[in-house]
Design a protein around this ligand. Structure first.
Ligand code: XMP
Length: 310
């Protein structure tokens, strides 16, 4: 049986041994994994820790503000890095899912490399968990935060990596978050992938397409708050479809809604959501986003599908 208190004590000892007196950057996206990691290194090393939030332009509505507010409330020194331009430049003309993941990963680590150099820090903490490692090593997909386990040395980006959660699954991370006394909006936060909305824009990722999926995501999340599911989100297709808006033909966008139950993200089942609820989400999406003409619901479990589309 997993004991969160013992894990925290052991982890604090280990972090102190690895970091010694060195300064550490903690990559924090605001999700439960990276926030728990940041709080652990901060508890172990105090002001030797600098949390870094990279704004890649791919976050959900209000998310950058949420992350900065949370870290401020936790009294952790934080640096905001606006890297939107670099990420969108890296995605230009890329349509293949793995190529896009690699573009994200490369830009993510290069951006950290730059910050590490500026701050003169050689150690970066990140919230990799066991499921990330398993799926990457199995070759299902290259999670953005898995490097060493697939033979890429992080030192090529100019630093070493500290991963205090790499032996834990999500339910255990949540237990650690509760034991650390983190607010519920963090400990119970719905999983959100590191590469963020880029996994939910099929085809080339552009600021315009991200804006569409951001709005659709906001609607799905608002309408599914009370469903108590593992993950709820929207995906923007690369294809278009014929529709009618304001009495005119519109060859417009297609959005898929995905709502799944899962324990640890390794397997998942699509939720049997009441039709009235789905219909309301669909109506809002096509009414509130001018370019969307069609809305679909994905009923595929994992496996054979994965939770995300890319
Ligand atoms: P899949 O799509 O593999 O997703 O069934 C399993 C869980 O992992 C999340 N996910 C990611 N998280 N970096 C992350 O930090 C990634 O590259 C990534 N890809 C998928 C996904 O949202 C789900 O919770």
């Amino acid at each position: 049986m997993f004991n969160a208190k013992e894990f925290i004590e052991k982890s604090l000892r280990e972090i102190k041994i690895v970091a010694k007196d060195a300064k550490v950057i903690s990559a924090c996206s605001g999700g439960v994994d990276s926030t728990v990691t940041t709080v652990l290194v901060h508890r172990a090393l105090g002001d030797h820790v600098l949390a870094v939030f990279i704004d890649d332009g791919l976050r959900r509505e209000g998310e950058p503000e949420f992350v900065l507010r949370t870290l401020k409330n936790l009294e952790i020194n934080t640096k905001y890095v606006d890297a939107k331009k670099a990420f969108f430049a890296a995605f230009r003309a890329k349509i293949d899912a793995e190529e896009k993941r690699k573009a994200f990963r490369d830009t993510f680590y290069k951006t950290f490399g730059k910050v590490a150099k500026e701050e003169n820090i050689g150690l970066i903490a990140q919230g990799t968990i066991k499921a990330d490692v398993i799926e990457t090593v199995k070759g299902i997909k290259s999670q953005h935060n898995v490097l060493e386990q697939i033979g890429i040395s992080p030192e090529r980006y100019g630093y070493k990596i500290l991963e205090p959660l790499k032996e834990l699954f999500k339910p255990e991370v949540r237990k650690v978050a509760r034991e650390l006394g983190l607010p519920k909006e963090v400990s119970e936060r719905m999983p959100f992938p590191g590469p963020a909305l880029s996994l939910r824009v099929l085809g080339e990722v552009t600021p315009e397409k991200v804006a569409i999926v951001r709005k659709a995501t906001e609607i799905v999340e608002e309408e599914t708050k009370t469903l108590d599911t593992f993950q709820n989100f929207a995906v923007l297709h690369n294809d278009k479809a014929t529709g009618i808006k304001n009495g005119n033909r519109l060859y417009g966008n297609i959005v898929t809604i995905r709502i799944v139950d899962s324990q640890d993200a390794v397997t998942a089942t699509a939720r049997n959501v009441p039709y009235e609820k789905l219909s309301r989400i669909c109506k809002r999406i096509v009414q509130e986003i001018p370019t969307v003409v069609r809305c679909l619901y994905d009923i595929t479990d994992k496996p054979p599908a994965t939770i995300e589309f890319e």
